[in-house]
Design a protein around this ligand. Structure first.
Ligand code: ATP
Length: 473
């Protein structure tokens, strides 16, 4: 069996040729689209392995020519542009498989064997319009497998369960599946099942009829109905109350929902994507999560790796967020490579969300257009102080304790408690922000979200001198 390899990077071509020959294939190698088209017209191959960026064009854009001559030849696409967009473009061509570079050569060889053995390459019909791509970035192998999983569920309605710590991008993945998938013309309805009071969750999800319970003054459409023709994203599924879990399971099993207090069976027409940051197996063992519901939801699991396990994504994410911040009107900043290295070394316990917030703050507060280590250090110091202050019970800063301690120690005369408390809070707050901005009042007012004149007035009332925070050269 022979395989056509289209790859202009000779070192990669040599490695792939050796691996495929070891699998028993004859490898015909060429470096351009022109040669590819000529060879395909002359000869039949069991499979083709092709790079995307070739000297005379794009290997994906021109794939139709290959398809029209050899519709049944499986195609394996290799790409150095590790974006979700490329993964989607590649799979939308009907490619048998897509491999982001760097890839595991043995896996590639196994895949080619499988593809050639199958004799048919079309996973998708290839006629689908392409999605717009989404700003989901990442170059780590872990994110590349997330992209591949996404591409596999775009042309079907399988239920997807997205697992991962808070801030790893679960909701963004759900949106990507919706926006790039078959249901993109329908609505995307997201429900945070943990944020709805237990007694309201059923009526939120399934709707209710007028008079179903006290307060049900009118008929209400549930989220399942609202998502008809589109996608229903059930977030924080691990925190769903038991009774609602039972109703959800029944809905998924029967493919219908019934409004609370209603008789009518409404056909379910939404793709379900669920997500949780909880490890569901211990929840099942503890009797807090229904095992049968878990199996219903866990048809295609996608695991979002924590950011600390994929430091190679930090720099691309940081640059991506700086660009976004600039698009939203913040100053356009560049990151020096030393600064990127420093960001890579941080633990980012809040994952991508924490990094994103940090980058936006940096974009706002940095004094120079080029963000270097000196601009980052003070902000990192402020972050770690913040997290130490809240380290006691692992929660955020305990403001309640601070208030009661302050009242116990400093309680002013009745009638002036509010003003004194506000001053007590404002003083360290303004000092902290001025420290971050090196005494720049304009930036501080921006960061605080208050008018510059208000800030100036309050500083003078509090007898805080912004000059005291100016950075010394
Ligand atoms: N790979 C990524 N590329 C670009 N932006 C990302 C990526 N991952 C996450 N983000 C951004 O980080 C933020 C947090 O992501 P998201 O809300 O999807 O996380 P989550 O896992 O659903 O969090 P939670 O469990 O707390 O709901 C969002 O603003 C999202 O746009």
């Amino acid at each position: 069996m022979s395989v056509l390899l289209v790859e202009d990077d000779m070192s990669i071509a040599i490695v792939i040729t050796a691996a495929l020959e070891a699998e028993g294939f004859d490898v015909v190698h060429c470096q351009t689209i022109e040669e590819r088209d000529r060879l395909i017209a002359q000869q039949t191959f069991s499979a083709m392995v092709t790079d995307v960026m070739l000297p005379d064009g794009d290997g994906i854009e021109t794939i139709e020519r290959v398809r029209s001559l050899r519709p049944d030849m499986p195609v394996v696409i290799l790409s150095a542009q590790n974006t979700l967009d490329t993964a989607v473009r590649a799979t939308d061509t009907g490619a048998f498989e897509y491999f982001p570079k760097p890839f595991d050569i043995d896996e590639l060889a196994r895949t080619v064997r499988q593809a050639a053995g199958n004799g048919q390459g079309n996973v998708h019909d290839g006629d689908e319009p392409l999605g717009d791509g989404l700003p989901l970035v990442g170059r780590s192998p872990a994110m590349q497998s997330v992209f591949r999983m996404i591409t596999r569920v775009l042309r079907n309605d399988l239920t997807v369960l997205i697992l991962g710590e808070s801030g790893t991008g679960k909701e963004l993945v759900a949106e990507a599946i919706h926006q790039l998938g078959n249901r993109r013309t329908g609505p995307f309805v997201a429900v945070n099942t943990a944020a709805i009071p237990a007694e309201l969750i059923e009526s939120e999800l399934f709707g209710h009829e007028k008079g179903a319970f006290t307060g049900a003054v009118a008929r209400h459409e549930g989220k399942f109905e609202q998502a008809a023709g589109g996608t229903l994203f059930l977030d924080e599924i691990g925190d769903m109350p038991m009774q609602a879990q039972t109703r959800l399971l029944r809905a998924l099993q029967s493919g219908t929902v019934r409004r609370v207090g209603g008789r009518e069976e409404i056909k379910l027409d939404a793709r379900i994507i669920a997500a949780t940051n909880k490890d569901l197996e211990p929840e099942i063992a503890a009797g807090r999560f229904r095992e049968d519901l878990y199996y219903r939801l866990n048809v295609v699991p996608i695991s979002m790796p924590p950011l600390r396990d994929r430091p190679e994504d930090i720099e691309v994410l940081a640059r991506h967020f700086l660009q976004h911040a600039a698009n939203e009107g913040l100053p356009k900043r560049q990151l020096t490579s030393e600064a990127a290295e420093l960001l890579r070394k941080q633990p980012w316990r809040g994952n991508v969300r924490e990094l994103k917030n940090f980058i936006y703050r940096l974009a706002l507060l940095a004094r120079e257009d080029a963000i270097d280590v000196e601009s980052i250090n003070p902000l990192l110091a402020a972050e770690s102080q913040g997290s130490q202050a809240g380290a006691g019970d692992g929660s955020a800063v305990d403001i309640d304790t601070a208030v009661s301690q302050w009242l116990a120690a400093e309680r002013p005369a009745d009638g002036s408690i509010y003003a004194s408390a506000m001053a007590a809070f404002e003083r360290p707050l303004f000092a902290e922000i001025l420290k971050e901005t090196g005494g720049n009042q304009l930036r501080a007012a921006h960061a605080l979200g208050i008018n510059r004149n208000t800030l100036r007035k309050r500083l003078s009332e509090l007898e805080l001198d912004p000059e005291a925070f100016a950075r010394r050269p």
